[in-house]
Design a protein around this ligand. Sequence first.
Ligand code: NAI
Ligand code: MG
Length: 409
Amino acid sequence: MAKHTIITMPGDGIGNQVLPEALRVLKTVGFEADYIHADIGWECWCKEGNALPQRTIDLLAKHKLGLFGAITSKPNKAAQEELKPELRGKGYIYYSPIVTMRQKFNLDICMRPCVGFAGNPLNYIRKKAGSGFDEPRIDTTVFRQNTEGMYAGIEWTNPPENVRAALATHAKFKAFANVPGPDLAVSVRVITRSAACRIVTAAFEYAKKRGFKGVTICEKPNVVRETSGMMEETAKEVAKNYPGIALWSANIDAQLMWLNKNPEDYNVIVASNLFGDILSDAFAGLVGGLGFAASGNIGNEVAVFEPTHGSAPKYAELDPAIVNPIAMILSAAMMLDHIGEIEKADLIHRAIAAVVEEGKVRTYDMLRLSGGPKVISQGAASTPQMTDAILRKIETLATAQEHLHAVCR
Ligand code: NAI
Ligand code: MG
């Protein structure tokens, strides 16, 4: 396999703590790659007025694969105040670099696996009808449309006259016709048939690969008739190409109720941008939360893998670092899967599963401690200690595998 070049974008805060841990893991599984650091995030905004500099865009365009840590974003007022004095008042506007990156490279497929590891004390448990509890095995992957929908960014408070005039052509706008401009906010939900088709197809392809029986589309077509309607209609069309896989449909609100009752029944869920964002966080909460939530932003050419969590600034300066590196490491394993390095990805998964199941090494979140420097003295593993445990497991598993190969030859 040709050697890959990976663009590493640690970004802000704990992004700088977890991304290097993922690189240690990639090295230990024998993944040979060149890594190029690229700048992204708050410091770029403050110094350059652009959180996603052109040089980073150029690197991604050239090398196509990225690992991203996390960024800090702040409301517009704080963004303006922290801008370098000579850049202030010059019309710079803060845009989230990750949203910009998704739109710029059309990373329209967002894949968010929410898979429980046995023995994780953070796993969802359910009270049985009689007495006792059970812990269903959750293996859900949410396919979230990543570039359109409510996050298309077409919105106004006090919409300009021509927009108001256009809205007024809709009979339902009569109810808002007298609202003063400054009191009226409008966000446009855009769905295109081609993007809907791509996200649903990605979900079905994944179900086929994993041998799952069905795909659930989560929208609200009975109320949001046009946009959710197009998602649902497209899903029905795409489903015809997959005769062995059922298409189930659940309204978004009902789905959030179902996931508290029988989350194990959902293996593949597909939704538009905002609904997918909500669903993936909700499912992630059932399998360990932010310390375990990995994701891939996948386009036709470029793909960027990242943990779902943010920069957690309150822990960013702690030495040793205390946050859980597993979400970042799982994101790196997703990248391996994406480029066909399936055995290496699998080795990482098995190593994490073994460490979690053994339960000897746990970061503060897994012990349900409130974060801070004292967690180490309370028995929590530091970020590098968690990675060390995973690396040791990788080595043990790899040796066992080699031994097996030798015996069976
Ligand atoms: P956050 O995800 O950074 O942290 C929320 C809380 O979750 C933390 O205080 C911590 O208790 C826990 N947490 C997060 N990652 C963890 C890990 N790896 N291990 C253990 N515990 C972990 O979200 P928050 O505090 O809302 O936002 C902080 C900054 O991050 C903001 O500026 C926000 O805009 C940004 N953000 C960036 C994202 C991205 O880069 N994709 C996503 C979400 C937020
Ligand atoms: Mg989110």
